[in-house]
Design a protein. Sequence first.
Lengths: 291, 610
Amino acid sequence: MDWSQFDWLINLALSMQLSIAVLVIVSIGLAVVFGMMGIINLAHGEFLMLGAYATLACVRAGINLWLSMGIAAFVVGIFGLVVEQLLIRHLYGRLADSMLATWGLSLIMAQVMVLIFGPSTQGIATPLGSINIGAYSVSGYSFVLIAAAVVLLAIVYWVFTRTPYGVMARAAMQMPGMAAAVGINPKLINAGTFAFGAALAGVGGALLAPLVGVMPSMGQAYIARAFMTVIVGGPGVISGTASSAVLLGGMENVVSYLSTPFFGQGALLVLAIVLLRVLPTGISGRWQRQL
Amino acid sequence: MMNKNKSRQRFAVEAMGTVAVTAAIAGLAAVISEFQSIQITSWAIYGLLALSLVLVWGHAGIFSFGQGAFFGIGGYAYGVAAINLIGATSETFSAVVIAVAVAAIAAAFLGYFMFYGKVGDVYVGIITLATTLVLFTFMSSTAGPQYHIGEALLGGYNGMTGVPPLSYGTPGEESNAFSPGALLVFTATLAGLVTLGIYGLLRGSFGRVLAGLRENELRTQLLGYDIRFRKLVVFAIGGAIAGLAGALYAAWAMFISPGVFGLQQAALVVIWVLVGGRTSVAGAFVGVVLVDGLASFLGGSGGNATPIILGAVLIGVVLLLPQGLVPAIQAGVGRLFKETKEDKVTAAAETVTEESSRYAGLPVPAGREGGVLEVVDLHKRFGGVTAVEKVTLSFTEKGVHCLIGPNGAGKSTFFNLLVGRYWPTAGTVMFAGKPITRAEAHERVRRGLGIKLQVASIFTGLTTFENVWLAAFGKLHDSAAATGRANKILDWLGLTDRARHQAGALSHGQKQWLEMGMVLASEPSVILLDEPTAGMTREETLLTAELIKELGKSVNVIVVEHDMEFVRHLDVPVTVFHQGNVFAQGSLDELRQDERILDIYLGRGGKAVA
């Protein structure tokens, strides 16, 4: 088969899959916390950033990159647990206030990172080199990200359907009173869910680290897209996130390809707002499924 | 009207205060240094920005993090317009006007999608914030000569330079820029005018409706107000004020950059308002001065700590002083001077003592004749579950009709189809001869449908009088007439002595009656009541039956009810729902002869009850 005829098409398809994968990676942690707890974590971008820095620090210390990413997930998960204990648990049922408090947290985290690591961009070398497809050169790491997005969705599905914690968490989400009556401790479940969401954010930041520059303000660059993905997706953590990432990521990529990334960003925003006019509770809002 | 005089007095104080502060600042401009003038001007500008959030969030309950977006849009619009126009017109006032218009249109556009899409509160917060952040990325990527509008280069991350200052002049002649002192006088005057305008707006009927919107959106809609449109209007006004602030900012700094769309700038606006108090108009300016003073004080000693302090303030206020700093101080000072506390309203302890014949005659004109509600072949499916199947019913005569049925029989779904919370999968709902199948709830109410949902839905933060007033105003559109009707209805309900107290302090039964009074105030010809006696004491239940019978003498009342004793007491025709269908109709005594109905209620026989 002659690759050269289709190389542009394969390249476009790959870059579209990459856009979609990045949206899934940056938003799955946010989606878990929002979908299962109804909490909007405005510091989610900084959780990503923390994951990226944790990876950076481990790699600098001579640890293998993939292991570093695992450590980053763990570190941010523990951090999330602490945040839940100190801050979030006082604010359940106070939606606006929880947004404001996590916003304050995000300002603090970004600035603390500036004080520790300085405001400049630092990088991790992108592993795996590149592969040539016809006239295009594609980074091998892109395939890792695409695979990682699928794996993350699978992990979330597995955790919420196949583990005792997951079943209890879904029960607690649907009927808190009933769940408590059958002996599920909602405090523990909430702490666990927030930590799980934070760990997902940590691994998301870790996965991004070799792709983009690591800097204290990197959270801001992704948070808007993560929010759009989650609210367009609606309450279905997996189905919603995946379908809205496909729609928004696909749109952004096609428009960027046809014009410039400038219009790609604009198209994502406009599509998201228009979709919400039509489906105010998100894509998965009308589905009967929970995940 | 004592209430009216008080409100007029209060407005006079607010107006005089605003004028005095504005005049004092303008007078100050003559004696202070240029540097001080420049700083106070920035406070007035940021104060306007904070004010836009006080209006939108504090008074309309719209959770907007996007005021910074409209500020930035206003700033960029001023820059583009001023750079392109000043050569021809020699002034930049027109650019300010253009900026305000552009920001208002942007807000209206975003507001249309949010409010007419009926997205939830959280989503409004996220959409507005995400819009702001996307604008940040968007404007940051406009570096390079290809991104220009007319002669204005957008300038990417580094921002737009060479923005003309505020200038006056006549076309063809040299333009004259404002001096810092003059700019301060101009800005302070504008801020004063906007403040006055908002005080006036909040004082009038518009303000009361906004309070209703903030307190209880659903109830406001069920009183016949188009909440989508009202929110859109407030949001656009808020956008215009933020845009004005942005235009003044660009003229003041002679520069605008994507930084105005940043997360920290957006957080600052919220912090100003939290510190000043969410609903306090004057607090907007106080919040700016306090926070900016704190930041510049810290900027002198260690500027790097500013975001940390701001974040800590945000968390601290949320955890410790949810009402805001200034109101908390006010309350503290107020306590020092006020020895005797107002009597705590303990309405719950009160018992109903009046004789049961008190509801003789209705206090409002009886509803229009011919309130006929019909449904034809109504179906409603949720996913694979059919909740209502092929129901055809008509309620043609005035009087009370009861809908009963076991749990899961479909009567609640049916009720929600009537009030417009759900749209049927198939079939038609006709009211007064016209289809209302897919009409919004407020449209149904305007046509004469009175709706009371199961949970008492009142404005708990408003007074009992204001609750009924809002209901009456929604029908009459006349403040004085609404006041008269509200007093009559409160008298009829026996709640006159509670008129000036917060409705949230009423007992459970009183809340339900208050809501029925509110429904009545809009002169409905058909009233829909969903389990009106849920949670009531026996005594309250009997009084409620009395009230409903009285209503039934002049209007068509449809009651969905669980409590069989209450239904027996009403002694009216009953329709039994079972498995999404009308199962039987007749008087309660007739139905009690029917073995099948006992089966349904007791779960006897082969048919299991869900």
